[in-house]
Design a protein. Structure first.
Length: 321
């Protein structure tokens, strides 16, 4: 069975060793007495965990390894993470200390939380984080560490069914937070808490259809005037301009975290609505029923190759005439 770098790093964090030492420990442990089990066969309180195959290698009283199909050998498994059991840590003088999460904030709180592979993956997906898991975890800790705090009730904007002992929220003041991580006090390993997943407040916005997205965008008179300048003749008067603008988004709109290729970020914009030939930088008003406020409108700049082909077609057509 293969041992991934992620598994070695997690074992190292639990045991207080280097990744090289942890890898040697795992390679020694795995052939000894491990058995492959499903999530419901894990000992309490570890039942219900996730892995890419739904299977885990359990070494009773020592550790749990979530398993994926080994990329080098499709008939074998690879360990993608590691949870060293509390009993083993306590027996070796590395048991968890009792820590009150509600007495900690910021980086001090985040440092006591083990970020599971699943939580890091959801951070990557829901914030467009780095593709490399190690870089994503480092960025995640830095982002959460700015203002993380523990609360007993999940924010109203979340719709996850995860059960949790408490919740870590971050990314804004009370009522304005962006992140919510359901936390378990029984995570295993040297850290007393474990993040079960990572929720981001923008998730529902990126699930909207084009028509639903159009109803979530508000326009100022200045932006409507800019639309008329960029697309003259498309609207006549404030009402029809707003209708044409909304129709463009309803037909072609999608929400992006970054401006189209070749365009600089717009000051004050959190997201960008790309709608056919136009893109619209938008601010995010988290508690508003119409949460996206248009800050401007620009024409999408086509890639150089497409612009060159269009120019050649035009020149060719003119010569034929």
């Amino acid at each position: 069975m293969g041992i991934t770098d992620a598994a070695a790093r997690q074992a190292a964090a639990d045991l207080g060793w280097t990744p090289v030492q942890a890898r040697a420990f795992l390679e020694k442990q795995v052939p000894s007495a491990g058995r492959v089990v499903t999530s419901d066969q894990l000992p309490a309180p570890y039942k219900g965990r996730r892995s890419k195959t739904g299977r885990f290698l359990l070494i009773d009283g020592v550790l749990i390894l979530p398993l994926a199909v080994d990329e080098r050998d499709a008939s074998g498994f690879a360990a993608t993470g590691c949870v060293v059991l509390d009993a083993y840590l306590r027996a070796n003088g590395r048991g968890k200390r009792h820590i009150d999460p509600f007495a900690l904030t910021g980086a001090e709180l985040v440092d006591q939380v083990r970020l599971t592979e699943h939580a890091v993956k959801r951070y990557q997906q829901r914030t467009d984080g780095p593709a490399d898991p190690k870089a994503a975890e480092e960025q995640m800790r830095w982002v959460l560490g700015k203002d993380a705090r523990a609360v007993r009730r999940r924010p109203r904007w979340t719709n996850s069914s995860n059960t949790a002992d408490f919740f870590l929220i971050a990314g804004g003041n009370d009522g304005e937070e962006e992140f919510c991580l359901p936390i378990s006090r029984q995570g295993g390993g040297a850290k007393p808490f474990e993040a079960l997943t990572c929720l981001h407040r923008s998730m529902p916005l990126f699930e909207l259809s084009s028509a639903e997205l159009a109803r979530r965008v508000a326009f100022s008179k200045e932006v409507l005037a800019a639309f008329d300048r960029v697309y003259p003749g498309e609207g006549s008067g404030e009402g029809s301009t707003a209708s044409r603008f909304t129709e463009m988004i309803a037909l072609h709109g999608r929400l992006e975290r970054h401006p189209p290729s070749g365009h600089a970020r717009h000051h004050g914009a959190r997201f960008y609505v790309v709608a056919g030939p136009a893109f619209i930088p938008v601010a995010w008003k988290k508690n508003s029923q119409v949460p996206l406020l248009a800050l401007g409108v620009e024409s999408v700049r086509l890639p150089l190759r497409r612009r060159l082909l269009a120019w050649l077609r035009q020149r060719f057509a003119l010569r034929v005439m």
